[in-house]
Ligand binder design. Structure first.
Ligand SMILES: [Zn+2]
Length: 430
């Protein structure tokens, strides 16, 4: 009897050991883009244990045991999962132009259902991590989407979420309603350093991973074709936000086009400028010196937005026409650039088109890919988790058929997506 008990204990112990030992997966990579060096390595094997990368080595150095779980990407180019550092899961491209209606007529629950669909579209397109920079009136619902993804309830990229975003009175829609009517706001509205600090505390309390602020909001074009970008926060307000966020270990992303509102964000010590489409020399120099990131979001200002701007400026200027030289100036000055698209106003899952514009405006394909992998991971403080295929990082991997360094549009047709060692999608030709 005693012997049986011992035997049972040994068996239980073994079963327990087996169960807790994560399974191994071997990914054969015909070509593997090392995003740090820019080199394409051939015939590599990525050894994955559970959700993490354990080893990356040439095929000759790795013994794959018979019967092992092998993912064959030997005819593809493998690279790290892409990172979009500026997204809006709670805006749905198909609904563009219906901003007020979404806030007034759709419940947070309905909008969350849309966000779940959008998260899947982004993941399927190869975006395995994202910084979602505000819910546009859907309060803290992004925290729920992030948590549901992390708990494995729904598929989606790894998320950092900003929750509500912060602006000042008159500094964010909904706008244009009678003062007698109370309407919802797309962002949390504060005035003065005290309220600003309190909003940061509140947002972090309810789950914000980062703080998003509107350093500028309204803008217009003067008859001579200059863009005037109206500031929102004072320097004191930005400083209060940044100090509070930083003391709680959160970064601050500032939406700003140009002018005094941008300057207040830079002087106040934000971590990234979103859009930055009208940067002057002083702003670029300050960003380079202080290491403030630029998340440009070029594509969202093309198409209908360019047409509208041209109409309102008498054909003299558009946000898109300012953006190109602004982006180039930042690049030339060595400002740190992270890939971000503002996807939401246009359909989720289509944002890799941003790469085309970055390269069209003079960024090398490698630098554009780095901005969406190793660099975006750095901005998010996740360098030891994502953005590079290296031991210890999550096994977030994508594959394309051709060479993205020669044809950047390959990234618009990602054929294989793996997140945390699990295959999300595979459409590679056999
Ligand atoms: Zn945005």
């Amino acid at each position: 009897m005693k012997r049986l008990v011992v035997l049972a204990a040994v068996l239980a112990f073994c079963a327990c050991t087996w169960a807790s030992d994560p399974p191994l997966t071997y990914v054969r990579a015909g070509k593997l883009l090392d995003v740090r060096s820019g080199k394409i390595l051939t015939d590599q094997v990525i050894v994955i244990r559970g959700d993490k990368i354990e080893r990356v080595a040439s095929a000759a150095q790795v013994q794959i045991p018979a019967g092992a779980n092998v993912v064959d990407l030997s005819r593809a180019t493998v690279l790290p999962g892409l990172i979009d550092a500026h997204t809006h899961l709670f805006l749905t491209g198909e609904d563009n132009g219906r901003y007020d209606e979404q806030l007034l007529k759709e419940s947070w629950q309905y909008r969350t259902i849309e966000a779940v669909v959008n998260a899947k579209r982004d993941l399927d397109a190869g975006f395995t991590a994202m910084r979602d920079v505000e819910t546009e009136g859907a309060m803290y619902s992004d925290v729920d989407v992030r948590n549901a993804i992390n708990r494995g309830l729904i598929p989606g990229p790894r998320l950092q979420v900003a929750t509500r975003a912060i602006s000042t009175t008159g500094g964010y829609p909904l706008e244009g309603y009678s003062p007698e009517v109370t309407v919802p706001s797309g962002a949390q509205i504060v005035d003065g350093p005290e309220e600003a600090r309190k909003a940061v505390r509140e947002q972090i309390k309810y789950g914000a991973d980062l703080i998003k602020i509107y350093g500028t909001h309204k803008f217009h074009f003067t008859p001579d074709g200059t863009m005037v970008s109206v500031p929102t926060f004072t320097l004191e307000e930005v400083t209060a936000i940044v100090n509070e966020a930083h003391s709680e270990g959160r970064k601050v992303a500032c939406h700003a086009y140009g002018g005094a509102g941008l300057k207040n964000c830079l002087d106040g010590g934000v971590d990234s400028i979103e859009h930055g489409l009208d940067l002057d020399d002083g702003a670029v120099a300050e960003m380079a010196t202080k290491g403030i990131w630029l998340v440009p979001t070029l594509y969202v200002y093309e198409g209908p937005t360019r047409t509208e701007d041209n109409a309102s400026s008498g054909g003299k200027v558009s946000r898109a026409s300012l953006h190109e030289p602004s982006f180039q100036k930042a690049m030339a000055a060595g400002v740190k650039i992270a890939f971000g698209t503002d996807v939401g106003p246009f359909p989720h899952g289509t944002q890799a088109v941003e790469f085309e514009l970055m390269t069209k405006f003079g960024m090398s394909p490698l630098a554009a890919i780095q901005s969406a992998t190793v660099r975006a991971a750095e901005l998010m403080g996740w360098s030891d988790q994502v953005g590079v295929i290296s031991p210890g990082n999550f096994a977030d991997i994508i594959a394309v058929e051709g060479n993205p360094l020669e044809d950047i549009k390959q990234l618009e047709q990602v054929k294989f997506v793996m997140k945390g060692g699990v295959v999300v999608r595979s459409n590679l030709a056999k």
